[in-house]
Design a protein around this ligand. Structure first.
Ligand code: NAD
Length: 360
């Protein structure tokens, strides 16, 4: 079967582009896929339509693309409520369906198929398509740079003839992909870094980056959780809270990255903890979209609490749109390539399929 891939424009808040001309050319040359783009598809990155048409794409209206393509790619949910599409059109994107199941309803109504790449298993084979790793790595890096914007002291120790300025003390909560990148970035800037994760295996990775790992006994891990964290017992949560509050007394910057797939993010920083932080402290909460790791976080807002600033933003890779689009376009290319070569009933592809053919 010859595929027809439609690239539709993202909502206006999106700065990233899902598919770049380089991948358009590769897909057309190697797999004879027909590709249609909406006019000004690459405009968030300033990529002219001519670069896409030179790569082999044609320009069409959104409604033509939705009617004629069997595969539709966009980062976000880009289909309007009123749109009508042929049954079994496949939508590929990043929908976070475990936390936002309501996003799928209109696709179910249209008997569409939805492949959400945040559902890929964390296996070696899936690595080249792993959009979450790509975006989390960039967000973890950017979170630290963002913190430097709001922090009015310095990250490294600076010695002058008059005084020595102390290095910043950073606490990273959650040491997965984003957390490890935040640790590496804060270390490069000269900060003293501590990190905490409920997964014991994270300790080794934290230490290998030169940071100190906060270990709390009695954690719960499950072998069938796919490498992800699971919810902890109440007595563990209490010890965790006490230990983190103690650490916050001497912490200038907190980077929050702790998440459990499909669940509300764990609260690791409470109001008492924030109250006792040094003046001028900054909290960057990357878990904000799923409720945040700090109880005072508001998604997409900056909260000022005493002298502490709390920024809630789960999509900081949008502030690195070129880098993020490069990685995403490569991930999406590898996914579509895998789909074409192995078929849609391949294990990796079905793991991402969040609406089944029988419309369940
Ligand atoms: P995630 O975004 O779901 O969560 C981020 C981190 O928060 C995780 O390390 C998690 O353990 C931690 N966390 C959850 N609850 C916590 C709590 N109460 N207190 C402190 N920390 C808490 O995770 P992720 O970054 O996507 O990584 C999940 C796993 O997948 C990790 O083991 C990672 O190494 C692995 N991974 C594997 C591959 C691969 O092999 N292809 C790719 C990426 C990630």
């Amino acid at each position: 079967m010859k595929h027809h891939l439609g690239l539709i424009k993202e909502p206006s808040y999106e700065t990233r582009v899902a598919f770049l001309p380089e991948e358009v050319k590769k897909l057309i040359d190697k797999y004879e896929v027909k590709i249609s783009i909406e006019k000004e598809y690459g405009s968030p990155l300033g990529i002219p339509d001519a670069e896409y048409t030179t790569a082999g794409a044609t320009i069409s209206s959104k409604s033509e693309i939705l009617q004629n393509s069997n595969l539709i790619l966009s980062i976000n949910d880009a289909m309007g409520e009123q749109e009508s599409i042929p049954a079994e059109t496949s939508f590929i994107g990043i929908y976070n369906p475990l936390f936002f199941p309501e996003r799928l309803q209109k696709y179910k109504n249209q008997q569409a198929l939805v492949y959400s790449l945040d559902r890929l298993p964390r296996t070696t084979l899936a690595q080249a398509m792993d959009v979450r790793s790509s975006l989390d790595a960039l967000s973890g890096y950017k979170a630290v740079l963002k913190a430097t914007d709001y922090y009015t002291k310095v990250f490294p120790m600076i010695t002058t003839a008059t005084k020595t300025l102390k290095p910043a003390r950073v606490l990273v909560l959650g040491a997965g992909v984003a957390g490890l990148q935040a640790i590496a970035t804060a270390k490069r800037l000269g900060a003293i870094v501590h990190a905490f994760d409920v997964r014991k295996a994270a300790g080794e990775e934290v230490r290998s980056l030169g940071a100190q790992f906060i270990e709390i006994e009695g954690n719960k891990e499950e072998t069938n959780a796919g490498g992800y964290a699971v919810e902890q017992a109440d007595d563990y949560k209490k010890r965790q809270q006490d230990r983190i509050n103690e650490q916050l007394l001497a912490t200038d910057l907190v980077i929050c990255t702790a998440n459990i797939p499909g669940k509300k993010a764990p609260i690791l920083v409470d109001e008492d903890g924030v109250k006792n932080m040094p003046s001028g402290a900054v909290i960057i909460d990357l878990a904000a979209e799923q409720g945040g790791n700090c109880s005072l976080t508001k998604n997409n807002e900056i909260v000022n609490y005493n002298s502490v600033k709390i920024l809630g933003d789960s999509h900081l890779s949008r502030e690195l749109p070129d880098a993020a689009s490069q990685l995403l376009s490569g991930n999406f290319f590898n996914f579509i390539k895998h789909m074409i070569e192995k078929g849609a009933d391949n294990d990796l592809i079905t793991a991402t399929q969040v609406i089944q053919t029988e419309n369940t």
